[in-house]
Design a protein around this ligand. Sequence first.
Ligand code: CA
Length: 228
Amino acid sequence: MKAPRVLIVEDEPAIAELLDVNLRHNGFQTVTAVDGRAAQREIDEVLPDLVLLDWMLPGDSGVMLAKRWRADERTRQVPIIMLTARSEEMDRVAGLDAGADDYLSKPFSTKELLARIRAVLRRRLPEQSSAVITLGELTLDGGTHRISHAGHPLKLGPTEFKLLQYLMHHPERVHSRSQLLDKVWGDHVFIEERTVDVHVKRLREAMGEAAAMLETVRGAGYRLSRGA
Ligand code: CA
């Protein structure tokens, strides 16, 4: 699996550096931003898998940023862990109310930070889990990577597998190409939207009779339905 990308929003260089080094050593990709504006630029370029967000920042506070990202369709699902020197219960509540998934009070250990990050990523990424999921006559096993339709095994490439897994976890909804790039490819910097079409075409070919479940919604994107 691709290393999860973590955006670190922290204005204190020593702390930012510490987080950066520790996360890299533990298999994450990292990007750092010193304030909300820099963080927004990073997010506009590449949607991270998780944001570590300091509460006290120059300019917009972490709470304001969390609220803004939660209100935006594109960033709504990105997990946020708030970091703060504050440890009052009321602050914790305010942080979680703003949409943070978790809250860590400074100082914290690397071990605790990693445990929280992994827990949040597990909660937020069911489509990357090992769950067995069924839609109509289609069954996908995330653990063994086996897929079958009406009892017949299907052979899919790794990207088609991820794409189908995501669609099966979010059926009956129209997904735009850019949403699929964000969710399945993890970012959309170097990949053009027509790449999605190429993989959808391959996926349909591999799905055989089940291909009818995967509709193109003109001008909007793609939808996987239970079918007739
Ligand atoms: Ca700070």
